[in-house]
Design a protein around this ligand. Structure first.
Ligand SMILES: [Zn+2]
Length: 346
Protein backbone atom coordinates (compact mmCIF):
# COMPACT_ATOMS: atom_id res chain seq x y z
CA UNK A 1 0.00 0.00 0.00
CA UNK A 2 1.19 3.41 -0.66
CA UNK A 3 -0.01 6.69 0.37
CA UNK A 4 0.27 9.91 -1.24
CA UNK A 5 0.72 13.37 -0.84
CA UNK A 6 0.58 16.94 -2.22
CA UNK A 7 1.87 19.77 -7.67
CA UNK A 8 1.43 22.44 -10.45
CA UNK A 9 -1.77 23.65 -11.60
CA UNK A 10 -2.96 22.66 -14.94
CA UNK A 11 -6.33 21.71 -16.13
CA UNK A 12 -7.06 19.63 -19.07
CA UNK A 13 -7.86 16.00 -18.89
CA UNK A 14 -7.21 13.26 -21.31
CA UNK A 15 -9.85 12.74 -23.88
CA UNK A 16 -10.30 9.54 -25.75
CA UNK A 17 -13.12 8.05 -27.74
CA UNK A 18 -13.40 5.02 -25.48
CA UNK A 19 -11.36 3.95 -22.50
CA UNK A 20 -9.14 1.00 -23.21
CA UNK A 21 -9.24 0.02 -19.56
CA UNK A 22 -12.55 0.50 -17.84
CA UNK A 23 -12.16 1.21 -14.15
CA UNK A 24 -15.41 0.29 -12.45
CA UNK A 25 -15.66 2.33 -9.28
CA UNK A 26 -17.31 0.48 -6.42
CA UNK A 27 -18.76 2.73 -3.70
CA UNK A 28 -19.98 -0.12 -1.48
CA UNK A 29 -17.50 0.72 1.26
CA UNK A 30 -17.27 4.51 0.87
CA UNK A 31 -19.44 5.32 3.89
CA UNK A 32 -21.39 7.82 1.78
CA UNK A 33 -18.39 10.07 1.26
CA UNK A 34 -18.66 10.36 -2.49
CA UNK A 35 -22.43 10.66 -2.70
CA UNK A 36 -22.18 13.53 -0.21
CA UNK A 37 -19.34 15.16 -2.14
CA UNK A 38 -20.29 15.29 -5.82
CA UNK A 39 -17.23 17.38 -6.71
CA UNK A 40 -14.98 14.77 -5.11
CA UNK A 41 -16.81 12.08 -7.01
CA UNK A 42 -16.40 13.96 -10.28
CA UNK A 43 -12.66 14.33 -9.68
CA UNK A 44 -12.34 10.63 -8.85
CA UNK A 45 -14.27 9.62 -11.97
CA UNK A 46 -12.11 11.90 -14.10
CA UNK A 47 -8.91 10.47 -12.64
CA UNK A 48 -10.12 6.91 -13.25
CA UNK A 49 -11.07 7.79 -16.83
CA UNK A 50 -7.72 9.44 -17.49
CA UNK A 51 -5.80 6.43 -16.24
CA UNK A 52 -8.05 4.07 -18.18
CA UNK A 53 -7.63 6.09 -21.36
CA UNK A 54 -3.86 5.93 -21.06
CA UNK A 55 -3.74 2.11 -20.93
CA UNK A 56 -4.38 0.24 -24.15
CA UNK A 57 -3.71 -3.33 -23.02
CA UNK A 58 -6.24 -6.07 -23.51
CA UNK A 59 -6.63 -7.68 -20.12
CA UNK A 60 -8.44 -10.97 -20.43
CA UNK A 61 -11.74 -11.59 -18.67
CA UNK A 62 -11.76 -13.05 -15.17
CA UNK A 63 -14.23 -15.96 -15.24
CA UNK A 64 -14.90 -16.16 -11.51
CA UNK A 65 -13.59 -17.40 -8.24
CA UNK A 66 -13.44 -21.16 -8.60
CA UNK A 67 -10.99 -23.04 -10.74
CA UNK A 68 -11.37 -26.77 -11.15
CA UNK A 69 -8.75 -29.19 -12.23
CA UNK A 70 -10.04 -32.65 -13.02
CA UNK A 71 -8.32 -35.82 -14.00
CA UNK A 72 -9.39 -39.41 -13.88
CA UNK A 73 -10.73 -42.35 -15.73
CA UNK A 74 -14.33 -41.89 -14.64
CA UNK A 75 -15.68 -38.82 -16.44
CA UNK A 76 -18.68 -38.66 -14.09
CA UNK A 77 -16.61 -38.83 -10.96
CA UNK A 78 -13.08 -37.72 -11.61
CA UNK A 79 -10.42 -36.68 -9.22
CA UNK A 80 -11.04 -33.05 -8.59
CA UNK A 81 -8.96 -30.23 -7.25
CA UNK A 82 -10.73 -26.96 -6.65
CA UNK A 83 -9.10 -23.59 -6.03
CA UNK A 84 -11.36 -21.01 -4.44
CA UNK A 85 -10.11 -17.46 -4.54
CA UNK A 86 -11.13 -14.62 -2.26
CA UNK A 87 -10.11 -10.97 -2.12
CA UNK A 88 -9.34 -9.05 1.03
CA UNK A 89 -8.51 -5.43 1.57
CA UNK A 90 -8.81 -2.73 4.21
CA UNK A 91 -12.26 -1.19 4.27
CA UNK A 92 -11.53 2.09 2.48
CA UNK A 93 -13.61 4.11 4.94
CA UNK A 94 -12.32 2.25 8.01
CA UNK A 95 -8.92 0.84 7.21
CA UNK A 96 -8.51 -0.82 10.60
CA UNK A 97 -11.04 -3.41 9.48
CA UNK A 98 -10.49 -5.83 6.66
CA UNK A 99 -13.15 -6.70 4.11
CA UNK A 100 -13.20 -10.10 2.48
CA UNK A 101 -15.20 -10.74 -0.64
CA UNK A 102 -15.40 -13.77 -2.89
CA UNK A 103 -13.53 -13.31 -6.10
CA UNK A 104 -15.78 -12.14 -8.91
CA UNK A 105 -15.97 -12.31 -12.64
CA UNK A 106 -14.85 -9.37 -14.72
CA UNK A 107 -15.29 -8.66 -18.40
CA UNK A 108 -12.18 -8.17 -20.49
CA UNK A 109 -10.53 -4.81 -19.88
CA UNK A 110 -12.47 -4.09 -16.71
CA UNK A 111 -10.88 -3.39 -13.34
CA UNK A 112 -12.73 -2.93 -10.07
CA UNK A 113 -11.82 -0.05 -7.78
CA UNK A 114 -13.08 0.05 -4.21
CA UNK A 115 -13.03 3.58 -2.85
CA UNK A 116 -13.66 5.42 0.37
CA UNK A 117 -12.42 8.13 2.66
CA UNK A 118 -11.28 8.08 6.23
CA UNK A 119 -10.44 10.86 8.66
CA UNK A 120 -6.77 10.67 9.48
CA UNK A 121 -5.47 12.59 12.47
CA UNK A 122 -5.37 16.34 12.02
CA UNK A 123 -2.08 17.36 10.53
CA UNK A 124 -1.43 13.97 9.03
CA UNK A 125 0.72 14.41 5.98
CA UNK A 126 -0.91 11.49 4.28
CA UNK A 127 -3.46 12.37 1.64
CA UNK A 128 -4.45 8.98 0.40
CA UNK A 129 -3.45 5.41 -0.08
CA UNK A 130 -3.87 2.93 -2.83
CA UNK A 131 -2.96 -0.65 -3.56
CA UNK A 132 -4.15 -3.76 -5.23
CA UNK A 133 -6.34 -6.05 -3.16
CA UNK A 134 -5.00 -9.00 -1.27
CA UNK A 135 -5.84 -12.52 -2.23
CA UNK A 136 -6.51 -15.73 -0.44
CA UNK A 137 -6.86 -19.13 -1.96
CA UNK A 138 -8.29 -22.34 -0.67
CA UNK A 139 -7.54 -25.67 -2.25
CA UNK A 140 -9.88 -28.61 -1.84
CA UNK A 141 -9.32 -32.10 -3.12
CA UNK A 142 -12.15 -34.55 -3.64
CA UNK A 143 -12.45 -38.07 -4.90
CA UNK A 144 -8.73 -38.23 -5.26
CA UNK A 145 -6.36 -41.00 -5.83
CA UNK A 146 -2.82 -40.12 -5.03
CA UNK A 147 -1.67 -41.08 -8.49
CA UNK A 148 -4.12 -38.77 -10.20
CA UNK A 149 -3.66 -35.90 -7.79
CA UNK A 150 -0.63 -34.19 -9.39
CA UNK A 151 -2.29 -33.90 -12.78
CA UNK A 152 -5.55 -32.68 -11.30
CA UNK A 153 -3.67 -30.16 -9.15
CA UNK A 154 -1.65 -28.87 -12.08
CA UNK A 155 -4.79 -28.60 -14.19
CA UNK A 156 -6.42 -26.49 -11.48
CA UNK A 157 -3.36 -24.26 -11.24
CA UNK A 158 -3.30 -23.79 -15.02
CA UNK A 159 -7.00 -22.87 -15.02
CA UNK A 160 -6.49 -20.44 -12.15
CA UNK A 161 -3.53 -18.73 -13.73
CA UNK A 162 -5.35 -18.44 -17.04
CA UNK A 163 -8.27 -16.81 -15.27
CA UNK A 164 -6.58 -14.67 -12.65
CA UNK A 165 -3.41 -13.53 -14.40
CA UNK A 166 -5.29 -11.64 -17.13
CA UNK A 167 -2.67 -12.35 -19.77
CA UNK A 168 -0.83 -9.04 -19.67
CA UNK A 169 -0.01 -6.31 -17.23
CA UNK A 170 1.78 -6.74 -13.92
CA UNK A 171 1.80 -9.75 -11.71
CA UNK A 172 0.19 -8.31 -8.63
CA UNK A 173 0.83 -11.43 -6.59
CA UNK A 174 3.01 -14.41 -7.15
CA UNK A 175 2.35 -17.20 -4.68
CA UNK A 176 4.65 -20.19 -4.43
CA UNK A 177 2.98 -22.90 -2.40
CA UNK A 178 2.26 -26.59 -2.31
CA UNK A 179 -0.46 -29.11 -1.59
CA UNK A 180 -0.07 -32.65 -0.35
CA UNK A 181 -2.20 -35.73 -0.70
CA UNK A 182 -0.94 -38.76 1.13
CA UNK A 183 2.73 -38.94 0.37
CA UNK A 184 2.54 -36.84 -2.75
CA UNK A 185 3.34 -33.14 -2.66
CA UNK A 186 2.80 -30.86 -5.61
CA UNK A 187 4.61 -27.51 -5.68
CA UNK A 188 3.00 -24.84 -7.78
CA UNK A 189 2.88 -21.13 -8.47
CA UNK A 190 -0.30 -19.10 -8.50
CA UNK A 191 -0.37 -15.75 -10.25
CA UNK A 192 -2.75 -12.85 -10.18
CA UNK A 193 -2.91 -9.85 -12.46
CA UNK A 194 -4.56 -6.47 -12.15
CA UNK A 195 -8.08 -7.33 -11.07
CA UNK A 196 -9.09 -4.96 -8.29
CA UNK A 197 -7.71 -2.25 -6.07
CA UNK A 198 -8.65 -0.09 -3.13
CA UNK A 199 -8.20 3.64 -2.58
CA UNK A 200 -8.69 5.56 0.65
CA UNK A 201 -8.63 9.35 0.65
CA UNK A 202 -7.98 11.37 3.80
CA UNK A 203 -11.29 13.08 4.56
CA UNK A 204 -9.44 15.46 6.92
CA UNK A 205 -7.25 17.04 4.26
CA UNK A 206 -7.76 20.58 3.00
CA UNK A 207 -8.98 19.46 -0.39
CA UNK A 208 -9.56 21.24 -3.62
CA UNK A 209 -12.19 19.13 -5.36
CA UNK A 210 -13.17 21.11 -8.45
CA UNK A 211 -11.45 19.72 -11.53
CA UNK A 212 -12.32 22.87 -13.47
CA UNK A 213 -10.41 25.26 -11.25
CA UNK A 214 -6.94 25.35 -9.80
CA UNK A 215 -6.22 24.58 -6.15
CA UNK A 216 -5.47 27.52 -3.91
CA UNK A 217 -2.00 27.70 -2.34
CA UNK A 218 -2.86 25.73 0.80
CA UNK A 219 -5.18 23.24 -0.82
CA UNK A 220 -4.35 19.70 -1.87
CA UNK A 221 -5.73 18.74 -5.25
CA UNK A 222 -8.10 15.81 -4.98
CA UNK A 223 -7.81 14.84 -8.64
CA UNK A 224 -4.02 14.62 -8.42
CA UNK A 225 -4.10 12.36 -5.39
CA UNK A 226 -6.85 10.15 -6.82
CA UNK A 227 -4.79 9.78 -10.00
CA UNK A 228 -1.74 8.79 -7.98
CA UNK A 229 -3.58 6.27 -5.84
CA UNK A 230 -5.33 4.67 -8.81
CA UNK A 231 -1.96 4.15 -10.47
CA UNK A 232 -0.83 2.38 -7.30
CA UNK A 233 -3.84 0.07 -7.52
CA UNK A 234 -2.69 -0.97 -11.00
CA UNK A 235 0.69 -2.11 -9.74
CA UNK A 236 2.90 0.99 -9.63
CA UNK A 237 4.95 0.44 -6.49
CA UNK A 238 2.64 -2.34 -5.35
CA UNK A 239 3.19 -5.41 -7.50
CA UNK A 240 5.52 -8.34 -7.84
CA UNK A 241 6.47 -7.02 -11.27
CA UNK A 242 7.42 -3.67 -9.77
CA UNK A 243 9.48 -5.29 -7.06
CA UNK A 244 11.25 -7.48 -9.61
CA UNK A 245 12.59 -4.36 -11.36
CA UNK A 246 13.31 -2.16 -8.35
CA UNK A 247 16.60 -2.79 -6.60
CA UNK A 248 16.91 -0.26 -3.82
CA UNK A 249 16.62 3.08 -5.53
CA UNK A 250 17.60 1.70 -8.92
CA UNK A 251 15.21 0.65 -11.68
CA UNK A 252 15.96 -1.95 -14.33
CA UNK A 253 12.84 -1.62 -16.50
CA UNK A 254 13.84 -0.70 -20.04
CA UNK A 255 11.09 1.78 -20.91
CA UNK A 256 11.63 4.08 -17.96
CA UNK A 257 15.40 3.69 -18.14
CA UNK A 258 15.43 4.66 -21.80
CA UNK A 259 13.18 7.66 -21.38
CA UNK A 260 14.94 8.90 -18.28
CA UNK A 261 18.43 8.14 -19.54
CA UNK A 262 19.28 5.99 -16.54
CA UNK A 263 17.59 3.80 -13.98
CA UNK A 264 20.06 4.76 -11.27
CA UNK A 265 18.34 6.48 -8.37
CA UNK A 266 15.10 6.60 -10.33
CA UNK A 267 13.17 5.02 -7.45
CA UNK A 268 12.27 6.76 -4.19
CA UNK A 269 13.87 5.67 -0.98
CA UNK A 270 10.56 4.13 0.11
CA UNK A 271 10.84 1.72 -2.81
CA UNK A 272 7.30 2.27 -3.97
CA UNK A 273 7.48 5.43 -6.05
CA UNK A 274 9.45 7.24 -8.71
CA UNK A 275 12.19 9.28 -7.03
CA UNK A 276 11.09 12.49 -5.34
CA UNK A 277 11.10 15.51 -7.62
CA UNK A 278 11.60 13.56 -10.86
CA UNK A 279 10.52 15.66 -13.82
CA UNK A 280 8.94 14.55 -17.07
CA UNK A 281 6.43 15.92 -19.60
CA UNK A 282 2.71 15.95 -18.94
CA UNK A 283 0.81 14.07 -21.61
CA UNK A 284 -2.07 16.44 -20.98
CA UNK A 285 -0.40 19.83 -21.07
CA UNK A 286 2.79 18.97 -22.92
CA UNK A 287 4.65 20.93 -20.28
CA UNK A 288 7.37 19.90 -17.86
CA UNK A 289 5.88 18.51 -14.68
CA UNK A 290 6.89 16.50 -11.68
CA UNK A 291 5.79 12.92 -12.28
CA UNK A 292 2.47 11.79 -10.87
CA UNK A 293 4.12 8.85 -9.15
CA UNK A 294 6.76 10.46 -7.03
CA UNK A 295 5.90 10.46 -3.31
CA UNK A 296 4.67 14.01 -2.86
CA UNK A 297 2.26 16.57 -4.16
CA UNK A 298 2.88 20.24 -3.56
CA UNK A 299 -0.13 22.06 -2.20
CA UNK A 300 -1.72 24.46 -4.62
CA UNK A 301 -0.69 22.43 -7.62
CA UNK A 302 -2.16 19.79 -9.89
CA UNK A 303 -0.47 16.83 -11.47
CA UNK A 304 -1.46 14.92 -14.56
CA UNK A 305 0.03 11.76 -16.07
CA UNK A 306 3.50 12.25 -17.53
CA UNK A 307 5.45 10.41 -20.18
CA UNK A 308 7.63 8.85 -17.52
CA UNK A 309 4.60 7.58 -15.59
CA UNK A 310 3.51 5.88 -18.82
CA UNK A 311 6.97 4.37 -19.29
CA UNK A 312 6.69 2.78 -15.85
CA UNK A 313 3.30 1.37 -16.80
CA UNK A 314 4.92 -0.19 -19.86
CA UNK A 315 7.64 -1.66 -17.68
CA UNK A 316 4.84 -3.26 -15.68
CA UNK A 317 3.58 -4.99 -18.82
CA UNK A 318 0.82 -2.65 -19.94
CA UNK A 319 0.69 -1.06 -23.32
CA UNK A 320 -0.06 2.65 -23.23
CA UNK A 321 -1.05 5.35 -25.60
CA UNK A 322 1.94 6.00 -27.78
CA UNK A 323 1.19 9.52 -28.80
CA UNK A 324 0.18 12.14 -26.29
CA UNK A 325 -3.41 13.09 -26.46
CA UNK A 326 -3.82 16.71 -27.40
CA UNK A 327 -4.16 19.01 -24.48
CA UNK A 328 -7.64 20.31 -24.07
CA UNK A 329 -6.74 23.16 -21.81
CA UNK A 330 -3.47 24.44 -20.52
CA UNK A 331 -3.38 26.50 -17.39
CA UNK A 332 -0.19 27.00 -15.55
CA UNK A 333 -0.66 28.21 -12.03
CA UNK A 334 1.80 29.64 -9.64
CA UNK A 335 3.44 26.83 -7.77
CA UNK A 336 2.82 27.08 -4.10
CA UNK A 337 4.80 25.35 -1.47
CA UNK A 338 4.25 22.84 1.17
CA UNK A 339 5.41 19.39 0.63
CA UNK A 340 3.52 16.70 2.30
CA UNK A 341 5.06 13.48 3.24
CA UNK A 342 4.09 10.00 2.66
CA UNK A 343 4.29 6.85 4.54
CA UNK A 344 4.20 3.40 3.28
CA UNK A 345 2.58 0.31 4.50
CA UNK A 346 3.87 -2.98 3.29
ZN1 LIG B 1 2.05 6.89 -3.35
Amino acid sequence: MRRFIAGLAGLGMLVANAPALVIDIDYTYDGGYFSLNPAAKAALIQAAADVGNAITSTLTAVPGDIYNGEFGVDPMDPTRVKIDWGFDFPNPSNTAVNVTVPAFSLAANHFRLYVGAEALPAGSPELGEGSGVGFSEDVSITNATEGEFPTAMNNAVAASNAGMRRGVGPQMNLINTSSTLGGTTVNYTLQTGAIAGVVTMNSNANWHFDINTNPAPLESDFYSVALHEILHTLGVGTSFTWDSQANGTNWSGQNAMTLNGTGTNLISTDGGHIAEGTMSTSIVTGLPQEVAMDPTLTQGTRKTITQLDLAFLRDLGYTTIAVPEPATVVLLGVAALGLVMIRRRA
